[in-house]
Design a protein around this ligand. Structure first.
Ligand SMILES: CC(=O)N[C@H]1[C@@H](OP(=O)(O)OP(=O)(O)OC[C@H]2O[C@@H](n3ccc(=O)[nH]c3=O)[C@H](O)[C@@H]2O)O[C@H](CO)[C@@H](O)[C@@H]1O
Ligand SMILES: C=C(OP(=O)(O)O)C(=O)O
Length: 422
């Protein structure tokens, strides 16, 4: 038997939806508990597959946890293994986040190389070079990264802005000896939260939220985390706002941090949608005419690559030609042929996709290829005439908590179906 998502044309949505905690903040923060010596309590943890994968990985290393109603209690004191095994790492690239904290705490570890994925080659060379600069000896053998050495603070200049690379070094440097300066650090809200939690738990960190971060390590002394709550998921919020946009409906997302989604809101406004912000709620109002848009993905605070596919789906309904440039990942247009199967008219030339709108979409069988490509297909399925079946939907559950329930609350019609394998 295999599962797919059956979506029935749902041309108008209404109401509001509560946004979950951010997957990409939860992952580094859970990994960072490796450098703790006690039980850590984290609230608003999204119950998504990636979080469960990381918990499985930590459990495999010896950590114990309970995870109920989005509250996680994790005791990493008993970690007694330092090998992050291929069988778990292969299911989630972000497993690389255990490298920095494991090495910092135990002075050695083995982490399976995550390899490429559907959106690109995604090397981890910058993570490894930075750890080498901190004194690690790194070898790649049998598909594993073998790292050893007592880490010492130093100056690190990242050649490219890397989110998980910055996070790995922040965690490693927190426990290392001396001061580490990260130049050209990522400034994503998830990186900021990692720094803030570590700072509240006693690590001296300066330059939080800037591209130059200074971390004064604890000289290998483990940390005790104060209880904290994961920030709202800006990409999940953006995806539901995109659902309001593609159906040209009024909907509200609750429990969001509007500042974290300013670049997304700006593009929605450019496309003609009305945006109202009321503290932690954002409402999208229908446009008189959906205008075309030009987007270039870039690091925060620029337009996020994780929202590129969803905006491409909206652009199929705009009145004119939109261009979408993907600057971060070389293969993040896998949703294009699938959107075209539904009737979109999108052409790719190198890093740029040109979307000729408006086009009438008609329901079809489509294949999800990665997390955000899948959400673009769900959005398109809402307005496609008739019925759309999205296959390989396990990608979606990596990062969207209660997706079907949330869309149903907004008035969409969709259900998970099971069929025998042909
Ligand atoms: C778990 C998590 O937080 N994932 C996010 C994180 O991924 P992730 O941290 O993997 O993405 P990076 O910021 O590292 O990638 C940025 C660019 O740098 C390149 N690079 C990165 C590291 C390295 O060692 N060498 C190298 O060349 C990448 O291939 C990519 O072209 O940031 C991406 C960019 O915002 C998001 O799309 C992902 O959702
Ligand atoms: C690309 C993503 O995640 P990851 O980096 O874990 O693949 C994402 O969240 O869109």
């Amino acid at each position: 038997m295999y599962k797919y998502l059956h979506i029935y044309e749902s041309p108008k949505l209404s109401g509001s939806v509560k946004i979950s905690g951010a997957k990409n903040a939860a992952l580094p923060l859970i990994a960072s508990t490796i450098i703790s010596n006690s039980t850590s309590k984290i609230k608003n943890v999204p119950n998504v597959a990636d979080v469960k994968t990381l918990l499985k990985l930590l459990n495999n290393l010896g950590a114990e946890y309970s995870f109920n109603n989005n509250e996680l209690e994790i005791n990493t004191k008993k970690i007694n293994k330092t090998t992050a095994i291929y069988e778990i790492v292969k299911t989630m690239r972000a497993s690389i986040l255990v490298l920095g904290p494991l090495l910092a705490r135990f002075g050695e570890c083995r982490v399976s190389l995550p390899g490429g994925c559907a959106i690109g080659a995604r090397p981890v060379d910058l993570h490894l070079k930075a750890l080498e600069l901190m004194g690690a000896d790194i070898k790649i053998e049998g598909g594993y990264i073998h790292a050893s050495g007592k880490l010492k603070g130093t100056e690190i200049i990242f050649d490219k802005v890397t989110v998980t690379g910055t996070e790995n070094i922040i965690m490693a440097a927190s426990l290392a000896k001396g001061k580490t300066t990260i130049i050209n650090a990522a400034k994503e809200p998830e990186v900021v939260q990692l720094c803030e939690v570590l700072k509240n738990s006693g690590v001296d960190i300066k330059g939080i939220g800037s591209d130059e971060i200074e971390i004064y390590g604890t000289n290998y002394e483990l940390i005790n985390f104060k209880e904290f709550e994961i920030i709202p998921d800006r990409i999940e919020a953006g995806t539901y706002l995109a659902a309001g946009a593609i159906t040209n409906s009024k909907i509200t997302v609750e429990n969001v941090e509007p500042e974290h989604i300013s670049s997304i809101l700006l593009k929605l406004k450019t496309m003609g949608f009305g945006i109202e912000i009321n503290k932690n709620k954002v409402t999208i109002n229908p446009a008189n005419e959906i205008k075309p848009v030009n987007i270039s993905t870039t690091e925060y605070p620029g337009f996020p690559t994780d929202m590129q596919a969803q905006f491409m789906a909206i652009a199929t309904q705009s009145n004119g030609v939109s261009t979408i440039e993907e600057r971060l990942f070389e293969n993040r247009f896998m949703h294009v042929p699938e959107l075209n199967r539904l009737g979109a008219n999108i052409k790719i030339q190198g890093k740029i996709a040109t979307v000729y709108g408006p086009t009438k979409l008609i329901g079809a069988d489509v294949m999800a290829t990665d997390l955000r490509a899948s959400s673009a297909l769900v959005l398109a399925g809402l307005i496609a005439k008739g019925e759309t079946k999205v296959h390989r939907i396990y990608h979606l559950f990596r990062g969207y908590e209660n997706l079907i329930e949330k869309f149903t609350t907004l008035g969409a019609k969709m259900e998970l179906k099971e069929e025998p394998l042909p």
